[in-house]
Design a protein around this ligand. Sequence first.
Ligand SMILES: CC(C)(COP(=O)(O)OP(=O)(O)OC[C@H]1O[C@@H](n2cnc3c(N)ncnc32)[C@H](O)[C@@H]1OP(=O)(O)O)[C@@H](O)C(=O)NCCC(=O)NCCSC(=O)CC(=O)O
Length: 342
Amino acid sequence: MADQTDDGTKTLDSSDSGESPGVVFPPESPEEGIPHSSATHFNNDLKSVLVTSVLNLEALDVDLYRGTHHWVPRTQRLFGGQIVGQALVAAAKSVSDHHYAHSLHCYFVRAGDPKVPVLYQVERTRDGRSFCVRSVKAIQHGQPILICQASFHMLQESPLQHQFTMPVVPQPEDLLTVEELIHQYLSKPDLAETARQGLNKLLANEVPIEIKPVNPPHFYRHTATQPKQLFWVRARGHIGEGNMKLHCCVAAYVSDYAFLGTALLPYPNYRAKFSASLDHAMWFHSTFRTDEWMLYECESPWAGGSRGLVQGRLWRRDGVLAVSCSQEGVLRVRPATQPSKL
Ligand SMILES: CC(C)(COP(=O)(O)OP(=O)(O)OC[C@H]1O[C@@H](n2cnc3c(N)ncnc32)[C@H](O)[C@@H]1OP(=O)(O)O)[C@@H](O)C(=O)NCCC(=O)NCCSC(=O)CC(=O)O
């Protein structure tokens, strides 16, 4: 499980029992089992597995689809980003080519079971002149695991236009990927054997997203930081331009990864014994490509009552604000008892 350092980065704590999926960066404790994955190795020259597999739903009937799993967190509960991304794919199939997703609002009401596929049932809630609204229910074992409402809008010009300014950060070419950072750590001669094994397991974690932390994590250090973090992120593999609906669905997948962990950054003396996203909302502002580097700026304005709120912004690297996100998650913690292994 990750902890934070005073320079805004995270460390991995080997003592965590690891019940929480994707709540800290990296979202897997190195001492935990290798997450289940049906993935083969990724290659950036190849089409993204997000497009060929994860977001490639099977049509069963009108407005009824089936989705299968790719990467499953070690918690063996389905990754929330996958369910939201697939729900948005299902919703988008029922709107015209001229309507683009502008927002979605979801509740995760039950844990997703990785042993069976997910059915997506779309209700065409309303078709207006400018906006279309869809309700999607993700179902397993006859019960909803996610309820999602997505809204689509036709492109419309307006003189009203403003946005925040993108934070100034190093460019992705000047930063290391998570895998490169882990390799760097593995080359340390004084690394404890358990930590080495754990980091090797992390390397086997084939999440279909590439991540370059702006403040590289110092694994196994325990320092509280502000609840803010910045990553460069992109889908592994090629997606290509042109299909904006698809990029929104990929952004939905990406946006849930390690997002809730932002709320844990000030609390290195606690471990998440249970954490899961409760809801997830997104607003799509501009065109973007998820197979190109985007800056994910995450912050947590509040935590309390065993819950944490996180807010995020996905920036195009040219400074255009592409997506805004919000999520609340349940965060049940316990005091950290074991000392650092380093
Ligand atoms: C959040 C929920 C568990 C609802 O919580 P509830 O507490 O109401 O559910 P429940 O009663 O079934 O209890 C679930 C477990 O929590 C325990 N439990 C319940 N209330 C408790 C309390 N006050 N204190 C301590 N434990 C408690 C129960 O005993 C049970 O444990 P036991 O099971 O041991 O009996 C559920 O809505 C849910 O699973 N939603 C889906 C969340 C999800 O999968 N999100 C996407 C994945 S997360 C993700 O992808 C992103 C990320 O995490 O970053």
